[in-house]
Design a protein around this ligand. Structure first.
Ligand code: MG
Ligand code: ZN
Length: 367
């Protein structure tokens, strides 16, 4: 072997080593991966929100919604382990834990065993977490992210699970489930003992305040927008994001537009569009943050459709919309999933509601 061929052989070995080192560092260093991953996830759930609910709100809002800022759209199948037609407990459990369960269950499987939720996993990984809802915070959708109960109606037991869950932000109704309890326990005092600021209004939190907060705005559910709730949901969403974003490890926030479902159970189009537009303003707050922050994935979906809503007629300029309801209950249609931000492309396609958990947990490296 000549000297020059020896040199080229060792050069070849060196190049091979360099390629090997680069390959290793690419698979271990998250920031150098080709696929962008979010540091934060905001999951926005419109209870009872299917395509017709969204389109009714879009029409009433003059032809547009902030939701249109999302860049990827998919569809989820919502059936539960016990029924073709899901309830909010089983569907929220699917998205919070990755497992289908029976209707009425809150983050337990069909045998009643506890299922770990994405909020519990995020807390263990050092992320900050929050829940915002326009129902009582102990209601099925938010409850399925932190509580475990085979019966969604056990509000006082569910409230107990909230007290020890370690969330940084809790905003919703349902103060009575924490303070006016049949067992006499004062969970508000327990929250305060755990370092929480507990108040009944957003204004009750001083701008410079640090540390966890629990805002129970109402003794039981919050009023509808039509009866004076104002812009509480968009403000609560903005406040929650601002507080959670101080954690450099990231955050997981679930925001629920709870009363879209109630409006549709009532077959009330005016109630529906007011709640839909309010929820969309909150979606706009999350997308605005994600646009600036660039490490935040916003996912917007529902848990099931409610009311078998058809739209008979409407007018984009005047905002008039005529809804026709075919049911007073939930229906089985596929529900759209919208996404914006790093990882949004994973939400294109048609998949199970449980896949939403798998995608979120994978993107946050919680699996
Ligand atoms: Mg709900
Ligand atoms: Zn419902």
């Amino acid at each position: 072997m000549t000297t020059s061929s020896k040199h080229s052989a060792s050069r070849l070995a060196m190049v091979g080593l360099i390629i090997f080192v680069i390959a290793i560092s690419c698979t271990t260093d998250r920031s150098k991966r080709r696929e962008p991953k979010p540091r934060n996830i905001v999951l926005m759930l419109g209870d009872g929100m299917g395509v017709a609910q969204i389109y009714a709100g879009m029409t009433a809002n003059g032809g547009h919604l902030s939701l249109e800022g999302c860049t990827y759209v998919g569809f989820q199948k919502t059936y539960s382990a016990s029924s073709y037609i899901t309830d909010s407990g089983a569907s929220a459990t699917a998205m919070a834990t990755g497992r289908k369960t029976h209707n009425g269950a809150i983050a337990v499987d069909t045998s009643g065993h506890r299922l770990k939720t994405i909020i519990e996993m995020a807390e263990e990984a050092g992320l900050s977490t929050g829940l915002v809802a326009t129902s009582t915070i102990t209601h099925a959708t938010p409850a399925s992210f932190v509580a475990h109960n085979p019966d969604r109606g056990k509000y006082e037991e569910i409230a107990l699970d909230f007290a020890g869950a370690g969330l940084e932000v809790i905003i919703g109704g349902g103060r009575n489930h924490f303070s006016e309890r049949e067992d006499g326990l004062d969970l508000i005092a327990q929250f305060r003992g755990n370092g929480y600021l507990v108040t009944d209004r957003i204004e009750g939190v001083e701008p410079g305040h640090q540390g966890p907060i629990a805002i129970f705005t109402d003794s039981l559910p919050m009023p509808p927008v039509l009866k004076g709730r104002g812009d509480l949901l968009p403000r609560a969403t903005e406040m929650a994001i601002g507080r959670l974003a101080v954690n450099e490890k990231g955050f997981f926030l679930m925001v629920e537009g709870s009363q879209i479902d109630w409006a549709c159970h009532d077959n009330n189009t005016e109630y529906l569009v007011s709640e839909m537009i309010d929820f969309d303003v909150a979606i706009g707050k999350a997308i605005d943050f994600a646009r600036k922050n660039r490490e935040t994935l916003v996912i917007v979906t529902g848990d099931h459709e409610t009311g078998a809503l058809a739209i008979e007629n409407g007018h984009m300029e005047s905002g008039e919309v005529s809804g026709l309801f075919g049911s007073e209950g939930h229906t089985g249609v596929m529900i759209p999933v919208f996404a914006y931000g790093p990882g949004a492309e994973k939400f294109a396609g048609i998949y199970e509601n449980t896949d939403i958990f798998d995608k979120m947990a994978g993107l946050l490296d919680l699996d």
